[in-house]
Design a protein around this ligand. Structure first.
Ligand code: AVJ
Length: 303
């Protein structure tokens, strides 16, 4: 489904998938989130990638192909690429095509020997990957896996396992921690996360000719302990009617649009999920404060 179709359907169900945050503007806002003092995941994961790069390189081996799911600006993969011995090809996959092309051009300039073959598309749908060039290793950093309900996360991992055809997956997973610390990460003082959330409505104005007053909506993000997830919503500040795609949608004051879930895991809980998806979990790397984890997953029955 297109953004137009899913946005209209989402106004009906009051639930829109977070992948629609990432138009070029949303991708730029997300890059700003990654630099926020409150948003610990990016900083923590980068430090882990940096510290353990030689170990990852040894596991990945020479002449490998890296496939990154949801590559964005392809910043993190550089730490891997820098440590690898003659990587053959890098295939960044992202839903934001414009953004992806920009990032690929920069990468090509910085890694002259590397074949960079971006693939614009939705990795939760049927996407056709090129034939592997060398041992294929999946890279799924940032805890984007947290955007999926645990069952969908398991199905997605199982699909990655098939795409990797015997190769391993290096995946970043955000961990449980104090609710206050989680809350701060999604309610930053500068309001960048709020702007990122509201960009969904701005995007509808830009792309769908909607005329939504952004001032009529508030950012809400909170940790929900029973489901172990951060939820993000857009909350209507007043009674209002949205007109999109020839349809009318009424919102009362306090009505919400659910825009994102971000599940948090324990190390063992995530390894159990990976096993259910057909992986044999290998080593796990975490920071001293156990804020974030990187997992090495091998297929349980390699092809
Ligand atoms: C890209 C899904 C990992 O859940 O932390 C950041 C997205 N949303 N701030 C996350 C996000 C609000 C992010 N992921």
């Amino acid at each position: 489904m297109s953004f137009a179709e899913e946005f209209v359907a989402g106004l009906r169900t009051r639930h829109i998938a977070p992948k629609w945050f990432y138009d070029a503007e949303g991708s730029r806002l997300f890059e700003r989130i990654c630099l926020l003092p409150e948003y610990y995941p990016t900083r923590t994961e980068l430090a882990l990638l940096d510290r353990h790069a030689p170990e990852f390189a040894a596991r990945i081996g020479t002449g490998a192909e890296i496939v990154e799911f949801g590559a964005g600006a392809s910043v993190k993969v550089r730490l891997l690429l820098d440590a690898l011995e003659s990587p053959r090809r890098f295939v960044p996959i992202d839903i934001s095509g414009d953004y992806l092309a920009e990032a690929a051009a920069t990468l090509r300039a910085d890694y002259p020997g590397l074949a960079v073959e971006p693939l614009a598309g939705d990795f939760t749908r049927d996407l056709v990957l090129p034939l592997a060039a060398g041992r294929r290793i999946g890279f799924f950093p940032g805890s984007s896996i947290g955007n999926f309900e645990p069952e969908a996360a398991q199905a997605l991992l199982a699909r990655f396992r098939q795409w990797l055809g015997g190769g391993a997956l290096l995946i970043g997973v955000d961990l449980f921690k104090e609710p206050a610390e989680l809350h701060a990460a999604y309610n930053d003082a500068q309001g960048v996360t709020a702007a990122f959330n509201l960009n969904l409505l701005a995007r509808a104005n830009r792309e769908l000719g909607a005329d939504i007053d952004l001032g009529g909506w508030a950012h809400a993000a909170f940790y929900h302990p029973p489901l172990r997830r951060i939820e993000m919503h857009l909350v209507s500040r007043r009674r209002q009617v949205l007109q999109v795609g020839g349809e009318r949608f009424e919102f009362d004051e306090g009505d919400s649009l659910h825009t994102e879930n971000s599940y948090k895991y324990g190390v063992e809980g995530f390894r159990a999920l990976a096993r259910r998806a057909g992986f044999e979990p290998g080593p796990v790397w975490t920071d001293a404060a156990r804020r974030f984890s990187l997992h090495w997953l091998e297929p349980a029955n390699p092809a």
